[in-house]
Ligand binder design. Structure first.
Ligand SMILES: Nc1nc2c(ncn2[C@@H]2O[C@H](COP(=O)(O)OP(=O)(O)O)[C@@H](O)[C@H]2O)c(=O)[nH]1
Ligand SMILES: [Mg+2]
Length: 225
């Protein structure tokens, strides 16, 4: 519990035995439920997560979005907090983010990785790709979004019922923000966190996922009214 809100943290993982250990070691005490969604990892991700007391849920069908949707169906908290299992997003920032979330009286808070302060955290190519994707989202949806691809969010679990989440892949990250932005009843805000370099191997395919995500943004924009 944090200020009388119960907290569920959800972490999608595909072969993150190294990262997930560091993330769970730093998980704050006030978190009520930690869900690790394992998508057929071939390493010790599940064992490590269980040893730290996390609830491990298996999703047989591959995909970042798919895993989140599965995780949401097991979440019990008033607030859901998400982050990667690679230790690139700071678990120490969870209390700071919840404080900001409550103070700003929003329903969805996006943790922006920008400006990136750790030089090793993101290559120029990724920075450029992220800039293009965030600019595209800002222009298409008429609201300035600094980091459309961030994987760390805090939101009220109750808003999920008003979201139409279709993507099973990496585009899920932008889709959930679009669903928040588009709905007038959902108040959206964004604040910066410290992003650092991941442990273990990257799962993102920058060219494939980057272009697909751009296409997804455009398609979703003109998909319905
Ligand atoms: N469950 C699951 N997790 C995934 C999948 N692909 C990536 N992930 C996890 O999603 C997070 C984001 O992937 P990552 O490689 O860090 O991409 P980046 O942060 O966008 O560079 C990491 O925790 C990955 O382990 C997947 O197919 N299934
Ligand atoms: Mg990552």
């Amino acid at each position: 519990m944090y200020r009388s809100q119960s907290i569920t943290v959800i972490i999608p993982c595909l072969n993150e035995e190294q990262g997930i250990e560091s993330v769970l070691r730093r998980m704050p005490e006030f978190v009520d439920q930690v869900i690790v969604v394992d998508n057929g990892s071939t390493d010790r991700t599940s064992e490590v997560a269980k040893s730290f007391g996390a609830e491990v849920i298996r999703e047989p069908v591959r995909g970042y979005g798919r895993s989140y949707k599965k995780g949401f169906s097991f979440a019990k908290g008033d607030l859901i907090v998400t982050l990667d299992g690679d230790h690139s997003y700071p678990p120490d920032a969870i209390s700071y983010l919840i404080e900001a979330f409550l103070h700003l009286e929003v329903d969805f808070l996006n943790a922006s990785r920008f400006p990136v302060r750790d030089k090793r955290a993101m290559s120029w190519k990724h920075k450029f790709g992220n800039w293009v994707l965030s600019l595209a989202m800002s222009l298409l949806y008429f609201q300035w979004v600094r980091d459309s691809q961030s994987g760390m969010w805090v939101f009220k679990r109750s808003i999920l019922k008003d979201m139409r989440l279709i993507s099973d892949g990496m585009a899920f990250s932008e889709e959930i923000k679009i669903e928040a932005l588009r709905n007038r009843a959902i108040r959206f805000a964004e604040i910066s966190i410290l992003y650092s370099s991941r442990l273990g191997e990257i799962k993102l395919n920058p060219w494939r996922d980057g272009f697909y995500n751009l296409w997804f943004l455009v398609r979703k924009r003109f998909d319905r009214g």
